[in-house]
Design a protein around this ligand. Structure first.
Ligand SMILES: [Cu+2]
Length: 142
């Protein structure tokens, strides 16, 4: 009896040790992912949705029932491209206006449309909206 009780306690302790171990591993992995995530925005790696192709910053915005992401942080002082991506988009968000660039267009219901954006000063916020002004997005240059 005593033996089985002891065995029982040992088993519980083992499971506890294992679960603590699992939690620790999860915390470490989570920390690494978080760290690389923040490193991405602070360091030389561009933020999510932004890539640099041939020295040009490409800012991707998905268009369907609005714009996603609705706000993006991009790098100032470098030639950029806003790439609108549509995929079965039949709502008014496909009629895009970027007033500061004097740009307006009708995006195809499915496809990619690129708009050249000259280098922007730090602190500039470029806003875009649908023709009706219902949906909007912004790109802040930092
Ligand atoms: Cu609209």
């Amino acid at each position: 009896m005593d033996r089985t009780a002891l065995q029982f306690v040992i088993n519980i302790m083992n499971t506890k040790t294992i679960s603590i171990g699992v939690v620790l591993v999860a915390v470490v992995i989570g920390g690494v992912i978080l760290f690389s995530g923040t490193g991405g925005t602070a360091g030389s790696t561009p933020a999510r949705g932004i890539s640099v192709v041939d020295g040009k910053q490409v800012i991707e915005i998905n268009v369907k029932g609005g714009y996603a992401p609705r706000s993006v942080a991009a790098k100032a002082n470098m030639p950029s491209v806003i790439k609108f991506k549509t995929n079965g988009t039949f709502d008014c968000s496909s009629a895009v206006v970027i007033p500061d660039l004097n740009y307006r267009t009708y995006l195809p219901s499915t496809g990619e449309t690129s708009v050249d954006v000259p280098p922007q000063k730090q602190g500039t916020v470029l806003r875009g909206l649908c023709a009706m002004g219902m949906y909007n997005f912004s790109v802040s240059f930092e």
